[in-house]
Design a binder for this molecule. Structure first.
Ligand SMILES: Cc1ncc(COP(=O)(O)O)c(C=O)c1O
Length: 443
């Protein structure tokens, strides 16, 4: 089957064109743990993990066994007319981990779970205001776009929710000022911004924000869809929010499962009467297969989480050492196995000669160029969605030291070939030019 052709015709024509223009053209056929293969039989190391969804690695054997055994006792896949055991088991497991947050709103996708949190907050407080952070990313549904700062993503869909206000991530003053109005139902924030360019807040900021929210009667909603479940080295952040939102890795990279978990008190305020119990619902939320996989994924992640901090440290330190003094590498940062390499004019003669040009290049194409070069070197990675100048490295948490070293070596080899403006320009234009010459075809 002509997979790329079918995508160009029936799924997303412009996406296929973009892959061609940048030189990403690959059709992926299979995956195993940290490895992926294309239809030419080439093997690649996965340093993206489906944007964090494949944290347990692709096709983890315990999940495969769960799927295979799922049908043995004739499960009831979906049921909305009474309590079901698989959802009961998952919600009980989550409650044990996240107490005092012990009530789950189960959903499918991440944006859906964020919206569940927002609706809960509005219903519980009777307020309409929503506070979010610039450069945050919470999904692309109408409700979550209202919580996104990026004009490119939201402009075509305005007007969104009217009463949503942005504050800078990591600053306490603007949060304090905004919350003082006591008109906000929720403050929605990521513990580490992933798509915003792998940005962690200053130490203590989240705890301070949580305290301010409590004082203002605003629900503090932590969106841990990408950074949660062990990705940044701990199972949960040590701040206790009013709602935790989980997704991606919860589904083991296999099934869509997400959840907003809150306290019994907030849940009762929002939906605790017979007139209100069904104000929020989701057909596939709580479906049996999703709940079985999520329960198993949580158990697998328990085993992986203790290794994440050291692996992430190895990745960051290795990259820092290999890229030290590089004129186009501004920063190597992150938490656990969510790592960002920020590109742009750093220091040194090369970038002093043409800092404006390098800045422009890095904002527009450098991250994509680096990701394409890494693909050619057998490593799958992507720039952050809202910051193309930051290469995000986010491998499955099952990754071992030799593969981490392989990522470091690949990034270093590609970047160390271009330590001056002319060599960088020559490589970028050669590659993009070659693609353009070939008409930007998929391959
Ligand atoms: C922090 C965060 N929240 C929400 C979402 C949206 O999740 P989904 O794409 O499953 O709707 C994402 C997706 O990347 C995310 O990173």
């Amino acid at each position: 089957m002509d997979v790329a052709g079918a995508w160009a015709q029936h799924l997303n024509p412009a996406f296929v064109r973009l892959l061609g223009v940048f030189g990403y053209g690959r059709v992926w056929t299979r995956a195993d743990d940290v490895w992926m293969w294309d239809d030419q039989g080439r093997r690649y190391l996965d340093a993206l993990a489906a944007f964090g969804a494949a944290s347990v690695g692709h096709n983890h054997p315990r999940l495969v066994a769960r799927v295979r055994g799922f049908f043995d006792d004739q499960p009831l896949g979906l049921c909305h007319t009474g309590p079901t055991r698989h959802a009961a088991a998952l919600a009980t497991d989550l409650a044990a981990r996240l107490a005092p947050l012990t009530v789950s709103l189960l959903a499918s996708g991440g944006a859906e779970a964020v919206e569940a949190a927002v609706k809960l907050a509005v219903a519980a407080t009777g307020r309409s205001g929503l506070l979010y952070t610039t450069n945050g990313y919470h999904g692309t549904s109408v409700g979550t776009l209202a919580l996104m700062g990026a004009p490119r993503m939201r402009a075509p869909f305005e007007a969104l929710l009217a009463d949503a206000v942005a504050v800078p991530y990591g600053e306490i003053g603007p949060v304090r000022d905004a919350l003082a109005s006591r008109r906000f139902a929720a403050f929605v924030v990521e513990p580490v911004q992933a798509e915003g360019g792998v940005v962690a807040p200053p130490d203590g900021w989240l705890a301070d924000v949580a305290a301010l929210c409590r004082k203002a009667g605003t629900l503090f909603v932590l969106d841990e869809i990408q950074s949660g479940l062990g990705r940044v080295g701990t199972f949960v952040d040590d701040v206790v929010p009013d709602v935790r939102v989980l997704g991606k890795a919860l589904g083991g990279g296999l099934v869509p499962v997400s959840v907003a978990v809150t306290t019994p008190a907030w849940h009762a305020k929002a939906y605790g009467t017979m007139e209100r119990f069904d104000l929020h619902s989701s057909t596939y939320g709580g479906g049996a297969l999703g709940c079985v996989i999520a329960t198993e994924a949580l158990a697998i992640l328990d085993g992986l989480t203790p290794t994440v901090a050291a692996r992430g440290e190895r990745l960051r330190e290795g990259l820092r050492a290999a890229l030290a003094g590089h004129p186009f590498v501004k920063d190597v940062r992150g938490r656990g196995l969510l790592v960002g390499v920020e590109l742009g004019p750093a220091s040194g003669l090369a970038s002093r000669l043409a800092p404006g040009l390098v800045e422009l290049l890095s904002k527009q194409v450098l991250g994509q160029w680096l990701a394409v070069r890494l693909l050619e070197a057998g490593v799958v990675a992507q720039p952050a969605t809202l910051a193309w100048n930051v290469l995000r490295l986010e491998p499955p948490l099952t990754i071992a030291d030799p593969e981490i070293d392989r990522i470091i070596a690949a990034v270093a080899t590609v970047l160390n070939e271009v330590r001056s403006v002319p060599t960088l320009l020559a490589d970028v234009t050669a590659r993009m030019g070659e693609q353009a010459w070939r008409g930007g075809t998929f391959r």
